[in-house]
Write a protein that binds this ligand. Structure first.
Ligand code: FE2
Ligand code: FE2
Length: 133
């Protein structure tokens, strides 16, 4: 994802923005390297561990700032991870189309998650820092 497009998804927490960008980059790479079986396996395992790490990290961050809707956000993470892992299981490495389709679908769901859920704690953090200053 190019920087101009990524600006839209920025939550303004550097470590979290870095994770989001890395996740988008892996998904983009899956679309371009879909014929390289070994590479796809590597990217998928990197994506899965990065997502797990990222969700846990984000939950810790929300806990620290006392974000009130953490339970709903945690559920959204669990659902998203379950959805993504289900798609990955159905991925047919011999079939490029299916890899591209899956990368595209995950990308859309992940963007949607940032838009609807991550932006809520981003707004909350901004409000908190304004009140604190
Ligand atoms: Fe999230
Ligand atoms: Fe996130």
């Amino acid at each position: 994802m190019d920087q101009a497009k990524f600006i839209h998804y920025k939550v303004d927490v550097p470590t979290i923005d870095e994770d989001h960008l890395r996740i988008f980059t892996i998904l983009e790479n899956m679309k371009w390297k879909y014929t390289d079986e070994e590479m796809i396996r590597l990217l998928v395992s990197e994506l899965e561990s990065l997502l797990e790490f990222h969700f846990a990290d984000e939950e810790k961050y929300m806990e620290q700032m006392g974000f009130p809707y953490i339970a709903a956000h945690r559920n959204a993470h669990a659902e998203l991870l379950y959805f993504i892992q289900g798609l990955m299981k159905r991925m047919d490495i011999k079939q490029g189309y299916s890899i591209k389709y899956i990368a595209d679908t995950v990308s859309k769901q992940f963007s949607h998650h940032i838009d609807w859920h991550d932006m809520q704690y981003a707004e909350f953090a901004k409000k908190q820092s304004k009140e604190g200053s």
